[in-house]
Design a binder for this molecule. Structure first.
Ligand code: NDP
Length: 290
């Protein structure tokens, strides 16, 4: 018999998580603050609980996926008695410290706790590609791994430090928003000459494949940051600073906002002023670390 699972929170992500357990044949109990979000799952065989307390009572493993940690705390903290002896799998996004604090609270109350970061969108849930990263007690992860695997083939344990999954999440998401925003800026510039995103697609592809992706994913790229060796014979700080100056100036002339580049431009300026003009652009990293 498969382990009964409770899912608290049936937003876009929570519904996919619950659906993955239903598809795998687990008994699934669900609860959501707005009850109508359970309708479809109830038709597919999930048990709809009227309260979070009743949902918790139905299973030993409680998956929590709400919009914020504040929502999680206000939902589960009043239910410490019901939760004692059960295991919370919290897949809500928050700060690393929020995860650590909730873990400390859970430990005090005799509740098992693992903190996960879902590095995937809802349609990927249940697929082999869905990456879900975990921090927390290793023994607990190992015990539940086969059940956690149902939500994503890329279920991975990181650390006894409960906050680390959300640190990885932060790292990946800041790369995402940086990439997305710069992509929009690029297309706002192109739009000034009526060049559509579709027309530009081959150039985006070439630029990503041959320049951006290798510059972020090669072992050499990792080595530069890890060893702090910024010497280059390819493209130096001064030339990159001039490149940034040109993007900002041209964007303004074309009426496209480029304010997001100003702090980057300022750091490059400082680096040149400090005498690092011959180093690679990666030296900018030094301005962010202790
Ligand atoms: P939704 O906005 O679709 O759902 C939010 C959920 O949180 C709803 O169930 C909502 O209930 C509930 N909620 C909010 N506030 C409270 C509260 N005070 N008390 C009880 N319940 C509350 O968000 P998602 O499902 O997309 O996201 C959920 C989590 O999953 C987030 O932390 C998000 O970062 C993470 N995630 C989402 C991804 C995605 O692509 N969607 C990808 C990776 C992670 P109600 O229906 O009543 O409003």
């Amino acid at each position: 018999d498969l382990l009964p699972i409770t899912v608290l929170g049936l937003g876009n992500m929570g519904r996919s998580l619950a659906a993955a357990y239903l598809a795998a044949g687990h008994p699934v109990t669900v609860w959501n603050r707005s009850a109508d979000k359970a309708d479809q799952l109830a038709r597919s065989g999930a048990v709809r609980a009227e309260t979070a307390a009743k949902a918790i009572a139905a299973s030993g493993m409680i998956v929590v996926c709400l919009s914020t940690y504040e929502a999680v705390r206000s939902t589960i903290m009043p239910l410490e008695t019901e939760l004692a002896g059960r295991v919370i799998i919290n897949l809500t996004t928050g700060t690393p410290d929020e995860a650590r604090q909730l873990d400390t609270w859970a430990k005090e109350k005799g509740i098992g706790y693992l903190d996960g970061a879902i590095m995937a969108v809802p349609p990927m849930i249940g697929s082999p590609e869905a990456l879900i990263l975990y921090g927390g007690k290793k023994e607990l992860f190992e015990e539940y791994q086969p059940v956690l695997q149902v939500m994503g083939g890329g279920t991975t344990y990181l650390s006894e430090d409960t906050g680390v999954a959300l640190l990885y999440d932060l790292a990946m998401l800041t790369m995402l928003y940086g990439a997305w925003y710069s992509y929009f800026h690029a297309h706002a510039l192109l739009r000034t000459a009526n060049i559509s995103a579709e027309m530009f697609l081959p150039y985006t592809t070439n630029w990503l494949q041959h320049l951006i992706v290798p510059s972020l994913t090669s072992p050499e790229a990792a080595r530069i940051l890890d060893e702090g060796d910024y010497t280059t014979a390819v493209s130096n700080m001064t030339i990159n600073k001039l490149g940034l100056d040109n993007i900002v100036k041209s964007s303004r002339e074309l009426g496209v906002p480029a304010d997001w580049l100003l702090p980057i431009q300022a750091v490059a300026d400082q680096m040149v002023a400090k005498g690092y003009g011959n180093d690679g652009f990666e030296r900018v990293f030094e301005s962010m670390i202790n």
